[in-house]
Design a protein around this ligand. Structure first.
Ligand code: GLA
Length: 750
C-alpha cells in the first residue's frame, strides 16, 4: 500500500495493489481527477489520461494575456469543485463572503502523507489500530481572496478496496465567512455508463433496493428529516453494464453521518458523472470566524470488481472491524428478548419477571425492558422526557428489577428515547422552550411528541444526567436508544438568527457527544440504535452503537427483503433481527416459528414476544433455536456474506449464505414465499466455497444428507432445493410445505 507522489507531474497515486485512485495538480492549481478503479501500474506521469476538451459555452483559461481554449474547468474532471468561476456544474463547496460573493477558488499549496488515519473531532469515522493499516494524504489548498484553506483528507486502507475522504475548512479571515455547502467528497467519473442502486423505503419498509440507469441531469437520494431516515439511506452504488451480484465493476459511496444528507450523481453535457455526498446544503449554513474550522463527515468510497457482493463484503469488513468500536466489536452478541410486542406499555414488575424467567429457562442471554417503564408513560401521549422509573409499575424501580433479572443469571437492558419529549411531561412543563420550534408558528407532532432541541448543550447535559443516573444505579448491560420522529420546525430558541443554519448539524453532533460520553463512562454497555425501526441506520450510528434495530416490521418474509437490502452496506452483526409472535403485529401474517428464526439468525438474534404464551412445542423450538444461534453466531457475524437469490428480482424466493474465513464451514438459508403445484426442479448454486473440499451437509442444522458434496459441485451444479423428488431418499427433499417456507443448511468440510 502506498501513497505515491510524482513531483515531476504533480500526480498523486493512492494504491494498495487492488485499487488505484489517481489525481493531479492542474496548471491552474485545482485538483484534477484522473482515475478511480482497479489498480493500475504506477508511472511517473499519468496525466496523459486527462482529457482536455473545449466546446462552446465553457469558460476557458486566460492568464496574463494567454488564452488556452483547451483548458476549461467546466470540462475537466475535478476532485473538489467550486461552482461559478470556470466550472458551471454544481460544486462541492459554497462560501458566503462579506461582499456577498459565493465563489471560491482553492488552489494547491502543499501536502503531507501520514501513517494510519487521524480521527475527525466530534465525528464518527473509520479508524486504524496499527500505523501500517492505512496511509492518509492531507492536501492543503487555499483561496487567498477569502483567506481560507481547504484541507482534503484521503485515506487508503491496506486490506480493503476503500478510500475514506473528508474535507476541512480553516478560516483565517478576520471578517469571517459563512459556509453554505461543504460536501464530504466529490469525484468526476469519466462517463455515465452506470446503473444507480439506492436503498429506499419508509417506516417498516426499509432498505428496499431500486436500480435505474443514469441519465443526464441529477439523480439523488437525500434526507431533510434531521436523521438519515428510512426513506433513503446515505448510500449509493454505481454498477457498470453487466455488473451483477458477483461479477463486474461496482462503485460504492457511503456517508458516515446520521443527519441530513445528500448523495447525488450529476451526469453533465459531456457524459461525465459527478458524484458527491455530504451534509445536505438545504437549510445548512455555518459561520466561521477567523481562526475557526469546520470538519465535514467522512465518505467511504469502495471499488469492487467482484460485483455488488464484493462491494458489500468490503463495507462489512471495514465497518464491522474499523468503524464499530469497543468491547462488543469482538465479542459474541447476546441473544435477547424484548418485551415490546408482548406487553407494549402494560409493564409491571411481575410481568417482566415472568417473561424474563421463561426467557432464561429457554437459554436467552439478555432481557430488555422497552418503552413504558418511566414517568407517566402509560400510553404514547405522555412521559417522554422523564427518565425516572414509574414506581406504580415497578415498585423496586429499574434497579430492583434489573437486580432480580441478573440474579436469575441473565443480563438486563433498557429502552430510552432521549431526544424526544411529550407535552404531558415534567420536562416539557419545566422547559417548554427546550423543543425545536419556530416562534409564533404552530408546531407539528408525530406520535404525539416533540423533538428536544439537542443543538443546545444544556438540553444534552440534562439528558446525560438523567440517563447516566439510571445506568449508574442499576446493573444495565444494554441500551436501546430510540428516536421515533422526523424533525420539523428546526429552529433553536437559544441561538441568534445567523446561527439557525447550524441547528441540524449541531443536533447530531450533540447526539454523538452524548453517545460518546455514555460509551466512555459505561464501556461494557451494548448500545443498539433504533429509530422507529431503521430510520437512523447509518455508518455514523455504528461508530457508537454496534447494532441497530433494522425495522419495526418483524414479519419473516418482509424481513427477507429488508435484511437483504440492508446487507448491501451493513454487516449482519449490525442488523437487529427478532422472532416475534404471530399473527404478525404489522401484517397479521402467520409464518412458522422456524421460518421466523431462520430469517432472524442472519442478524443479531432475539425475540419480541411473551414466551409464556407459547405452546410447549414452540418453547422447545425456541430452546433449539437459541442453542443453534449460540453455536453459529460467530460464523454468521464474522463470515463472508454471499447473497444468492435476490428477493426483489425473484418474486417468491430469496437466499443467502455465510462462509467462514477458512472456507471449511458455511451456513446457507433459502426462503420461499409462495408454493406452487407441480413446481419445476430447483437448485441453488452456492458461492465462496473451496472447490477442492467435500462438505457434509446438515439439513435444518440436524439431519445429515447421505452424501457429502464437493465445493465444486455445490458452486457449479448447486444444492438441490426441489420439493419431493420421491424416488430419492434424501431428507432435505421435502414435500411442499406451503407458503413461507425456509430451509437452513450447514456445510462442514472434514
Ligand atoms: C419504536 C421502536 C420499537 C419500540 C417502540 C416503543 O417503534 O422501533 O421497537 O421500541 O418504538 O415505543
Amino acid at each position: 500500500m502506498a501513497i505515491i507522489y510524482h513531483e515531476s507531474s504533480q500526480t498523486f497515486h493512492l494504491t494498495n495493489g487492488c485499487i488505484s485512485y489517481i489525481f493531479t495538480v492542474l496548471k491552474d492549481g485545482h485538483l484534477g481527477q484522473i482515475y478511480f478503479g482497479a489498480a493500475l501500474r504506477d508511472r511517473p506521469d499519468l496525466t496523459h489520461l486527462l482529457e482536455y476538451q473545449s466546446s462552446n459555452q465553457s469558460p476557458y483559461y486566460y492568464v496574463d494575456g494567454v488564452e488556452d481554449y483547451r483548458f476549461s474547468p467546466n470540462q475537466l474532471k475535478q476532485e473538489y469543485p467550486s461552482f461559478g468561476l470556470g466550472d458551471l456544474r454544481q460544486g462541492a463547496i459554497e462560501v458566503l463572503q462579506v461582499n456577498g460573493s459565493r465563489y471560491t477558488d482553492f488552489r494547491y499549496v502543499s501536502h503531507r502523507v501520514l501513517n494510519g488515519k487521524p480521527t475527525l473531532e466530534g465525528l464518527p469515522a473509520t479508524y486504524t489500530e496499527a500505523d501500517d493499516e492505512a496511509e492518509t494524504l492531507e492536501i492543503t489548498l487555499t483561496d487567498p481572496v477569502i483567506h481560507t484553506d481547504l484541507v482534503l483528507l484521503y485515506t487508503i486502507f491496506r486490506d480493503q478496496p476503500a478510500i475514506a475522504r473528508s474535507a476541512r475548512l480553516v478560516c483565517r479571515n478576520p471578517e469571517g465567512i459563512v459556509l453554505q455547502k461543504a460536501m464530504s467528497a466529490s469525484i468526476d467519473l469519466p462517463d455515465a455508463d452506470f446503473e444507480m442502486l439506492e436503498l429506499a423505503g419508509a417506516w417498516a419498509r426499509e432498505f428496499h433496493m431500486h436500480t435505474r440507469p443514469l441519465r443526464p441531469g441529477i439523480q439523488s437520494v437525500y434526507s431533510l428529516r434531521g436523521h438519515s431516515s428510512s426513506q433513503f439511506n446515505p448510500f449509493m452504488a454505481l454498477l457498470r453494464p453487466g455488473a451483477d451480484e458477483n461479477h463486474g465493476e461496482v462503485y460504492g459511496f457511503s456517508l458516515v453521518y446520521s443527519g441530513n444528507f445528500l448523495v447525488q450523481a450529476d451526469v453533465d453535457f459531456m457524459n461525465v458523472t459527478r458524484v458527491m455526498l455530504g451534509i445536505h446544503p438545504e437549510g445548512f449554513s455555518w459561520p466561521l470566524a477567523g481562526g475557526e474550522s469546520f470538519q465535514t463527515p467522512e465518505a467511504v468510497l469502495v471499488y469492487s470488481d467482484k460485483g455488488l457482493s464484493g462491494m458489500s463484503r468490503a463495507y462489512h469488513k471495514l465497518y464491522s472491524t474499523r468503524l464499530v468500536r469497543g468491547y462488543w466489536r469482538d465479542h459474541e452478541r447476546p441473544i435477547l428478548l424484548n418485551n415490546w410486542e408482548a406487553t407494549t406499555f402494560a409493564i409491571t414488575e411481575e410481568k417482566m419477571l415472568q417473561i424474563a424467567g421463561k426467557a432464561h429457562e429457554l437459554g436467552i442471554d439478555l432481557f430488555v425492558m422497552d418503552d413504558g417503564w418511566f414517568g407517566a408513560r402509560n400510553h404514547d401521549h405522555a412521559g417522554l422526557g422523564d427518565w425516572t422509573p414509574n414506581y406504580e409499575k415497578l415498585p423496586s424501580g429499574v434497579k430492583g428489577l434489573a437486580e432480580k433479572v441478573e440474579a436469575m443469571g441473565m443480563r438486563f437492558g433498557l429502552w430510552f428515547e432521549p431526544e424526544m419529549v411529550n407535552e404531558d411531561s415534567d420536562l416539557f412543563r419545566t422547559h417548554p422552550d427546550w423543543i425545536l420550534h419556530v416562534p409564533e408558528r404552530p408546531g407539528h407532532l408525530i406520535r404525539h411528541q416533540y423533538v428536544l432541541d439537542f443543538s443546545r448543550r444544556d438540553v444534552m447535559e440534562n439528558l446525560y444526567r438523567q440517563m447516566s443516573a439510571i445506568l449508574r444505579e442499576a446493573p444495565i448491560s444494554y441500551v436501546k436508544w430510540d428516536m421515533n420522529r422526523s424533525m420539523s420546525e428546526v429552529y433553536s430558541a437559544a441561538l441568534p438568527p445567523e446561527q439557525q443554519g447550524t441547528v441540524y448539524h449541531r443536533f447530531i453532533l450533540n447526539v454523538y457527544a452524548l453517545y460518546e460520553r455514555l460509551r466512555n463512562e459505561f464501556p461494557g454497555i451494548l448500545f443498539e440504535s433504533c429509530a422507529g425501526g431503521g430510520s437512523r441506520f447509518d455508518p455514523g450510528m455504528l461508530y457508537y452503537a454496534p447494532q441497530a434495530w433494522t425495522s419495526d416490521d418483524t414479519d419473516a418474509m418482509e424481513r427477507v427483503r429488508i435484511q437483504y437490502g440492508a446487507s448491501v452496506v451493513y454487516p449482519l452483526s449490525s442488523l437487529g433481527a427478532h422472532v416475534s409472535a404471530v399473527p404478525n403485529h404489522q401484517l397479521h401474517r402467520i409464518t412458522s416459528i422456524k421460518a421466523r428464526a431462520d430469517v432472524a439468525y442472519f442478524g443479531t438474534f432475539g425475540y419480541e414476544l411473551d414466551p409464556n404464551l407459547l405452546s410447549g412445542e414452540e418453547q422447545e423450538a425456541i430452546r433449539h433455536q437459541v442453542a443453534f444461534m449460540k453455536r453459529w453466531r460467530r460464523l454468521i457475524h464474522q463470515g463472508d456474506l454471499y447473497r444468492l437469490i435476490n428477493p426483489y428480482d425473484h418474486d417468491g424466493e430469496g437466499a443467502w449464505m455465510v462462509v467462514g474465513a477458512d472456507r471449511r464451514e458455511a451456513i446457507v438459508a433459502y426462503y420461499r414465499f409462495r408454493q406452487h403445484v407441480s413446481a419445476p426442479l430447483t437448485r441453488l448454486p452456492l458461492q465462496g466455497l473451496d472447490p477442492g473440499l467435500d462438505y457434509h451437509i446438515l439439513y435444518s442444522g440436524e439431519t445429515e444428507l447421505p452424501e457429502p458434496m464437493g465445493g465444486d459441485e455445490l458452486m457449479h451444479y448447486g444444492l438441490i432445493t426441489s420439493d419431493y423428488p420421491s424416488e430419492i431418499a434424501n431428507p432435505a427433499y421435502e414435500p411442499g410445505e406451503g407458503d413461507y417456507l425456509s430451509r437452513i443448511y450447514i456445510l462442514k468440510a472434514d
